[in-house]
Design a protein around this ligand. Structure first.
Ligand SMILES: [Zn+2]
Length: 242
């Protein structure tokens, strides 16, 4: 339980908002302790709307701005990198691995966080591929003979934490950081309806009720994860030492 506070953390998600769901409170805790927190988002988020008339190009720009606002809400001071692969069509091929390894070498994270690609019965392919890219990107980044044309020093992170873990074996206590996680999630305004069940077209009373229900869902999950290690609140991961 509880890694030493890393100097630099890189969180890799498939879409804007995945990182906040998966490890937002941990990133807020580390940011408060001085960690430089970077986000790397693999897809452009262009399919993240239930509105069939929404313009995908506008959605991409909106979601990038939301991701930056969410990072600020966590207290993150690092970069938000967007690889821009089309939403729903992410693959974990060599080209994508090249990019992830490049950013690991460039940002030199002590800890990398990403989706668990081996979580059973996962539906969304982007989450599985983004998870594989985090794992395979670490492997490529740490050894000098992978992608030597990048002309960057190879870099070996100390640990890889996989969120949404199929077999969690590590908990980061996040006492005092649930509010930051919630604020960061709600910065993804375009996702309020589809992901958080908050319909801003509803009456003020209903919106209030829906927000409270979403908050409760997140707080309950933090309590469940924390309970695995005897803590009031936490985020659970599969930890891999690299
Ligand atoms: Zn996602």
């Amino acid at each position: 339980m509880s890694l030493p506070v890393p100097a630099v953390a890189l969180a890799i998600g498939a879409h804007p908002d995945d990182v906040e769901f998966g490890c937002g409170a941990t990133l807020a805790k580390w940011s408060a302790a001085g960690t430089v927190v970077h986000h790397l988002v693999c897809t452009d988020g262009s399919k993240g709307s239930w509105d069939a008339s929404a313009d995908p190009a506008t959605l991409v720009v909106t979601r990038q701005a939301e991701q930056r606002a969410a990072a600020r809400a966590l207290g993150a001071t690092g970069e938000c990198v967007f690889l821009g692969w089309p939403d729903g069509e992410l693959e974990s091929g060599l080209r994508q691995r090249w990019e992830v390894a490049y950013w690991i070498r460039r940002l030199q994270p002590t800890v990398v966080l990403g989706h668990d690609p081996w979580k059973r019965y996962r539906l969304h392919p982007d989450h599985r591929h983004a998870g594989l890219l985090a794992v395979e990107g670490v492997v490529a980044a740490r050894d000098p003979h992978f992608f030597p044309e990048q002309d960057l020093p190879h870099h070996r992170p100390e640990a890889l934490l996989l969120f949404e873990a199929d077999e969690p074996d590590h908990v980061e206590p996040v006492d005092g950081f649930a509010d930051a996680k919630l604020a960061a999630l709600q910065a993804h305004t375009s996702q309020l309806l589809s992901t958080m069940g908050i319909d801003e077209a509803a009456s003020a009373a209903d919106v209030e009720r829906q927000r409270a229900a979403f908050d409760e869902r997140i707080r309950t999950r933090l309590a469940e994860h924390g309970a695995r290690a005897g803590h009031p609140v936490g985020e659970a991961f599969k930890r891999m030492e690299t």
